[in-house]
Design a protein around this ligand. Structure first.
Ligand code: NAP
Length: 337
């Protein structure tokens, strides 16, 4: 594989799938797109024509195509587990967008199948691990620059969401990123979760709690506060700070630029996740391709995907019941060490 391009098949050509098609074809090195599938067949065909790939009639045809070495799954979450299992059966590396699956049981099936296959093939699309700011924070913590982590503060603000968005989706679609980031930064599991909805914005649909405050607790007792506010209006704003025993580390400026005029400083914010994390997605895909060339597994694995779903599902129960919910995850298999 080392001197050849990795031939990538992509399933799901919506928001992020179409972006990944462009990244694999045009923005990273060592890869090309060879086959696509989407239930919206015209969307897949249009993209395939742009990048010189074929649009196939079903997802299994993409996975099992002789000109496909590796697969990206970017269809809606409910299809992720079955497609990932099919990639494992075909012995092909797969980058599955988050979530690995909406239920813990499905995630467990993937973890079991991957171990039975005896090869680490699955990466989950938690791209914040590839964001420069988060990587600096992790380096500062791991090098002991701020002492021991005590508290993590996170904010996750979107300008707006469609009316179909629910309080539970704030956990499964948005906070799941902070869940994975907290596990990765701290190197610990999350064991408890609580969700509080206080004063609400007038800008949210009546069925949606917005904002919500999520309190995650790690094994060693580190508290992680996550403000999730999906109708924040002013821009896409993700913040994170770790408070340690000897210092603090936080994400740097998210500004896209600023100007000063009329004794005012004007700052341009990212409008959405695509802009804010564009470099991180690119780095994620490049790292995945490099890993395939090197025969290595990198990034968030199936077990990480399972743990993130377990915490997100506990957060959904916390939203519904107003109670603190304990999280139980199976012990990490040596296979994922
Ligand atoms: P989207 O815009 O709705 O795209 C999904 C695409 O898959 C649509 O074209 C949809 O067609 C198609 N589709 C539906 N059923 C399918 C099936 N059975 N097989 C193949 N394709 C199917 O959604 P999205 O925003 O791109 O999200 C896709 C996935 O990526 C989700 O799991 C989401 O959580 C994840 N995501 C991750 C990030 C991140 O930051 N890592 C960001 C965005 C999204 P129709 O429109 O005709 O249904």
């Amino acid at each position: 594989m080392s001197n050849q391009l990795v031939r990538v098949g992509i399933i799901g050509c919506g928001n992020i799938g179409a972006d990944h098609v462009d990244r694999v074809a045009n923005q990273v090195s060592g890869s090309r797109v060879t086959a696509l599938f989407d239930v919206a067949t015209e969307r897949a065909q249009e993209l395939a024509t742009k990048v010189g790939a074929v649009a196939l009639a079903t997802a299994p045809e993409v996975i099992n195509h002789p000109d496909v070495d590796a697969v990206i799954i970017a269809s809606p979450g409910e299809f992720h587990a079955a497609l990932t299992l099919e990639c494992i059966a075909a012995g092909k590396p797969v980058l599955c967008e988050k979530p690995l699956a909406p239920t813990v049981e499905e995630c467990e099936t993937v973890v079991a199948a991957e171990q039975a296959a005896g090869r680490r093939l699955v990466q989950v699309g938690f791209m914040r691990r590839n964001d420069v700011g988060y990587r600096h924070m992790k380096e500062n913590l791991d090098r002991g620059n701020i002492g021991e982590a005590l508290i993590v503060h996170c904010e996750h603000r979107n300008p707006d969401v469609p009316d179909s968005f629910t309080s539970e989706m704030s956990m499964t679609d948005s906070v799941i990123h902070e869940i994975d980031t907290a596990r990765w930064l701290l190197g610990e599991e999350i064991v408890r979760v609580r969700v509080i909805a206080g004063k609400q914005t007038p800008n949210a649909a009546p069925h949606l709690n917005d904002p919500q405050l999520v309190i995650l607790e790690s094994e060693s007792g580190v508290l992680v506060s996550v403000e999730v506010f999906v109708n924040a209006k002013y821009g896409y704003d993700v913040r994170c700070e770790i408070v340690g025993s000897n210092g603090v580390t936080s994400l740097g400026s998210q500004d896209l630029g600023q100007y000063v005029s009329n004794i005012q400083r004007n700052v341009t914010m990212p409008a959405n996740w695509r802009i804010r994390f564009g470099d991180a997605y690119r780095a994620e895909i490049q790292d995945w391709i490099n890993g395939i060339h090197a025969g290595e597994s990198r990034g968030a694995n199936s077990y990480d995907g399972l743990c993130a779903t377990a915490v997100a599902q506990a957060a959904v129960r916390a939203v519904k019941t107003g109670q603190t919910v304990n999280v139980t995850v199976p012990e990490k298999p040596a296979f994922y060490a």
